[in-house]
Ligand binder design. Structure first.
Ligand code: SF4
Length: 371
């Protein structure tokens, strides 16, 4: 195996140690053991025929591809591109026109039953799907054709998962997600606008290592990434529990980092690991609620692109109020201080999110993390 890792070091430009730490972080995100992390690392490092990926784009902004390419530490996009043989991708292909379409058909034929199909963007179905055509053929036809002999299908992003913003009323093109046009097939949905590239990477690594897809929820989302409400892991949760809210953008509560519930935050009804995994990993990562914008529920069908931002979220889980001090208690009686409540909440959030956070942190070199 050492030789495999040496070759990988050269190809990826990261040390074996960092690579193993990275795989351990991904395994932790998936809820797997250290030995399974080693199996993952070996599966990626081992020289073998890489699985072919056919990547389709429908109606969308190319956000999922962008979020994958703009990541850093340790060059996540290189890791993804190293693991797979990306044989058709309308944004990244150097070739164009009939030649690249011909190559796609050839690749799907030669790798029938073995390739991975990634769908990005929604699929218009109205009027025969004429509202999105590639190479003279509708996205609908491309998707059905490519899914026919795919070993696994991943819908990457909210548009591909259930139609996204294009499917908002009045949905003039009849936009839907991949699952809707592929009855009888299992489509793994990795929603988000944009989706988190780590969730994509972890899903692909699971498939490559074990030959199976990770456990899915009722909306076919991987449970490791969409098993908990954003509200449960949010760093502003202590403010929610203590009744401290921003009521207008730019008011005192907003400036102090209070809870964004009254600004329309949909965290209480949206399942995703955004607060733990975060985005833009350069400099430690960030996410919308972290920088003061309410969650708009992009990973949740029926919430994102459906409920207006000004509407209040349904709170599905309530913390027993006697576990937290009310504002009156805090002011008038000795009890848990505001700072203590924040620290307690942060500790819970840190414990719950640690497994996922480690995947971004471990990607950094030791020297990075010391600075
Ligand atoms: Fe965080 Fe939104 Fe929940 Fe407030 S309502 S704690 S900002 S997820």
């Amino acid at each position: 195996m050492q030789g495999d890792f040496d070759a990988l070091e050269k190809r990826l430009g990261i040390s074996r140690r960092d690579f193993l730490k990275y795989c351990t972080g991904i395994a932790a995100t998936l809820g797997l053991s250290t030995s399974e992390a080693i199996a993952m690392a070996e599966a990626v490092a081992k020289p073998k025929k890489r699985p072919v990926v056919i990547w389709l784009h429908g109606q969308e902004c190319t956000g999922p591809t962008e979020t994958m390419l703009r990541s850093e530490h340790p060059t996540l996009e290189r890791l993804i591109l190293e693991m797979v043989s990306l044989e058709y991708h309308q944004t990244l292909d150097a070739g164009a026109g009939h030649q690249v379409e011909h190559l796609k058909e050839l690749s799907m034929k030669e790798n029938a039953g073995k390739y991975l199909l990634v769908v990005e963007g929604s699929i218009p179905t109205r009027d025969g799907g004429v509202y999105c055509k590639i190479a003279g053929k509708t996205m609908l036809a491309h998707t059905v054709e490519a899914a026919e002999n795919a070993a696994a299908i991943i819908a990457f992003g909210s548009c591909a998962s259930w139609g996204g913003v294009q499917s908002s009323g009045p949905n003039p093109t009849g936009a839907v997600g991949a699952q809707a046009v592929l009855p009888g097939k299992t489509v793994v949905n990795i929603p988000g606008c944009p989706p988190n590239p780590y969730n994509f990477l972890a899903t692909v690594m699971h498939f490559l290592t074990f030959g199976t897809l990770p456990e899915l929820d009722s909306q076919n989302r991987p449970k490791f990434a969409y098993g908990r409400l954003i509200h449960e892991n949010c760093e502003r949760r202590p403010h929610f529990d203590a009744g401290r809210f921003a009521k207008e953008f730019g008011d005192e509560g907003h400036k102090k980092g209070y809870c964004l519930y009254k600004l329309g935050c949909k965290g209480p009804e949206t399942y995703s690991n955004c607060p733990a995994v975060e985005f833009n990993d350069v400099g430690g990562g960030t996410w919308p609620v972290g920088v003061g914008h309410p969650c708009f529920g992009c990973t949740e069908q029926g919430v994102g692109f459906t409920k207006p931002l000004f509407s209040l979220a349904e709170v599905q889980t309530h913390t027993p109020p006697n576990a937290f001090p009310s504002i009156a208690q805090r002011e008038d009686t000795p009890g848990m201080s505001a700072g203590a409540a924040a620290v307690a909440g942060a500790a819970v959030g840190a414990a719950v999110g640690a497994a996922a956070v480690v995947s971004t942190r471990l990607g950094k070199s030791d020297s990075d993390s010391e600075t």
